[in-house]
Write a new protein. Structure first.
Lengths: 105, 105
DNA sequence: GATAATACATTGATAATCTACGTAAAGATA
DNA sequence: TATCTTTACGTAGATTATCAATGTATTATC
């Protein structure tokens, strides 16, 4: 399941800055509660993606004074997302053929 | 990319018996040449799936006298494929939302 | 004052991945 | 007949990914 973390995180950050806790919520919301990521699973991935140069972070203070580490996607990350998207769609196309379903099913 | 080996292999074997070399060909064909698996990458996955009980194997001799190890999907494997499919479609649905595309694009 | 929610992090065991390498036979080509 | 390509299987081992478990701390709610 977690093999999909990279495209999902990059896609979310392409929509705009976000932070760890909120990313988990967004994934949960967008999936209708099906995808529930743990924080212990997400943070190492965020650190790895930052180390690889796909995202970058800055500490910010929210309205209520809470510290948050906001991540944003880099130019390199955008290119990587395009590649990830191509890969995903390639596999998706094959699976759709094998499953004999319409892609929306 | 290789995170997709499991659903792909199980889906192919659900269509009928097959063997390592042919599976690589099928994936290549179905993807229009985009997905090219190496044998050294596939065989360990086949062994793992067999060990986990999702597929089973038997040695057979082809028309030209060549030895082949044919794999077929087990009942447990069929159940696992259903689960894999659900997982895949959950992620797919989220990505489609984020990418703002029709699933066929 | 206690509990839940928010928000970050690391550690470390387990599992997955993939390149590189090895074997061998059949078929094609020169 | 010698060589190359294709078919067909395999393992080893380094690298990487995964995830549960655990820790810290603040804010919000009850």
């Amino acid at each position: 399941m977690a093999a999909s973390t990279k495209p999902l995180i990059l896609s979310i950050l392409k929509e705009g800055k976000s932070y760890g806790y909120l990313i988990i919520q967004k994934v949960k919301d967008l999936s209708g509660g099906i995808l529930e990521w743990s924080d212990g699973m997400l943070y190492p991935v965020l650190h790895r993606l930052e180390k690889e140069g796909y995202i970058e972070s800055e500490w910010m203070i929210s309205e209520n004074g809470r510290k948050r580490k906001y991540y944003s996607i880099t130019e390199q990350g955008k290119l990587e997302l395009i590649a990830e998207k191509e890969d995903w769609l390639s596999v998706q196309a094959v699976l759709v053929k094998l499953w004999g379903i319409l892609p929306t099913e």
